[in-house]
Design a protein around this ligand. Structure first.
Ligand SMILES: Cc1cc2nc3c(=O)[nH]c(=O)nc-3n(C[C@H](O)[C@H](O)[C@H](O)COP(=O)(O)OP(=O)(O)OC[C@H]3O[C@@H](n4cnc5c(N)ncnc54)[C@H](O)[C@@H]3O)c2cc1C
Length: 458
């Protein structure tokens, strides 16, 4: 690691530059639980596009790696900094610059927290629909860089569907305005979509033009069906998904997850043996859709509960929302994230059961069943993730790929899934992706060691 004199950068960005070792320690990790071998050399808390440009110009000329970072809630190790690197935090660029209720657009800085944007929009009757479960703690910039999904995405789309345009700073400090403010537009290659999901490897997002919707009508109806086996729940979900019912939300919790939440909420063992399928409709004719969903479930469920239409939906959903805290209360966990075609969900749940038995690891699993996205959670009984758990996770990834699925539905590749990337996309595509990276970032300073970058980031 070469010595870096940061004074030239300090003269441009002043107190935005932080080199206090105690503060830097925090930037060695994110919510994935991975930790780099050493703390980064510096942190920049950017307050303006100028700060971002100055940092990248300095880093590019000195050949210093830069790790863009939002709130650090990522689950793939994509925002962690290591020795010799600068972490570029976007959290202080957090202004909502414009809300346009005629065009249904908003222009925001990247550090705006997702749910805080929605609080502002609500007063205008508007809604930004991408809703990761981390919406109260993650940034719009991070959501865009990971193409975040959420519970409502099967009906309302993932982050990419809500991004019209981006302003980005390239590795050499140059500013580019990408995309548009119009509903339609096909001029040139779609570089906006390329940046969405690029995990900080191609450019730093400094502004986003977002597509809004009128606020979601307050008329949700929810049903919860209990199944003696999660495969039965997955079969019912697949039937509903291939019908014209279009649920706003469709979630599955397997028996183990339900048991954990029961314990966490002190609800005893009442539901312990049952998997849950939770389906929510928000259309004008939600009542009739609930009835049709019930007939598709038929007698495959042990029991079905339906909210009485008096705001009870929220309490039925509270059980699903309690899953993350219930898991966190159990200790260390590797949160996984694969997606398969919806028809393959029952087979994928069977694979998870097989892997759990073979490797003797409890794997409580929840799924955004509306889009075939499963989160198997590997419980770990040590601080580090043991090789046995990685072997089980590897088996999981191969199973998903064999079923026509993908390594990651929404959390991204980061450092954690790099070694499996070519298994999904193949060597020729991996090579093409690396060459695209070179065009954007010839010196390779942006988020090295992440996603498709060959360098090792331990
Ligand atoms: C409890 C919990 C629940 C979660 N639920 C979901 C969920 O339902 N759906 C989901 O998709 N994810 C979920 N996540 C994962 C995580 O919250 C998302 O990936 C989120 O989008 C990350 O946002 P962030 O601001 O924390 O970004 P960070 O973690 O700081 O960064 C994530 C990646 O984006 C890059 N990046 C960040 N900002 C920028 C920028 N301005 N320009 C360029 N690159 C940038 C980073 O380099 C990194 O590669 C969850 C996480 C937790 C802890």
């Amino acid at each position: 690691m070469k010595f870096v004199d940061f004074e030239a950068l300090r003269s441009k960005i002043g107190s935005a530059l932080v080199v206090d070792p105690v503060r830097l320690e925090e930037y060695r990790s994110d919510k994935s639980g991975s930790i780099s071998s050493n703390r980064p050399s510096a942190l920049v808390e950017a307050r303006s596009v100028g700060d971002v440009q100055a940092t990248l110009e300095f880093a590019n000329s000195e050949g210093i790696p830069v790790v863009p970072r939002g709130a650090g809630t990522g689950l793939a190790g994509g925002a962690i900094g290591d020795a010799g690197e600068i972490v570029l935090s976007m959290l202080k660029m957090n202004r909502v610059l414009e809300i346009n209720s005629q065009d249904l657009t908003a222009v925001v800085e990247p550090g705006v927290i997702n749910s805080e944007l929605n609080e502002q929009l609500r007063t205008e009757g508007l809604w930004y629909s991408p809703d990761p479960a981390s919406q109260a703690i993650s940034t719009i910039g991070g959501n865009i860089a990971t193409n975040a999904g959420g519970l409502l995405c099967a009906k309302y789309g993932v982050t990419r569907d809500s991004v019209l345009g981006l302003t980005v700073v390239l590795a050499d400090g140059q500013i580019l305005n990408l995309g548009r403010r119009t509903v339609k537009g096909v001029t040139g290659l779609d570089l906006t979509s390329l940046i969405v999901g690029s995990e900080g490897t191609l450019a730093v997002i400094v502004e986003a033009t977002l597509r809004l919707k009128p606020i979601r009508p307050d008329r949700e109806r929810t049903l919860v069906a209990n199944f003696s086996d999660v495969v039965g729940a997955a079969n019912a979900a697949a039937r509903i998904a291939s019908s014209d019912l279009a649920p706003a939300v469709m979630e599955i919790m397997d028996e183990l997850s339900v048991g954990f939440v029961n314990d966490y909420l002190n609800q005893g063992s009442r539901d312990k043996a049952f998997s849950k399928l939770i389906v929510q409709f928000d259309d004008q004719d939600a009542d009739s859709r609930i009835k049709r969903a019930m007939s598709l479930i038929g007698n495959t469920a042990v029991s079905v509960e339906v909210d009485r239409g008096d705001g009870e939906s929220e309490s039925l959903f509270a059980f699903r929302r309690a899953f993350h805290p219930a898991l966190a209360a159990r200790g260390r966990v590797l949160i996984e994230d694969v997606a398969v075609p919806r028809s393959a969900m029952p087979a994928m749940f069977r694979e998870i059961q097989r892997i759990s038995t073979e490797f003797e690891i409890p794997i409580p699993t929840v799924a955004h069943a509306g889009d075939g996205n499963l989160h198997p959670n590997f419980l770990v009984d040590s601080e580090d993730i043991p090789a046995r758990v990685w072997d089980a996770a590897s088996e999981l990834f191969y199973s998903a790929l064999k079923l026509g699925g993908t390594l990651t539905g929404e959390h991204g590749v980061g450092t954690l899934k790099k070694r499996w990337l070519s298994e999904e996309i193949g060597d020729a595509q991996l090579d093409l992706q690396r060459r695209i990276k070179q065009v954007f970032d010839p010196r390779g300073i942006l988020n090295p060691g992440k996603m498709f970058d060959e360098r090792v980031h331990e």
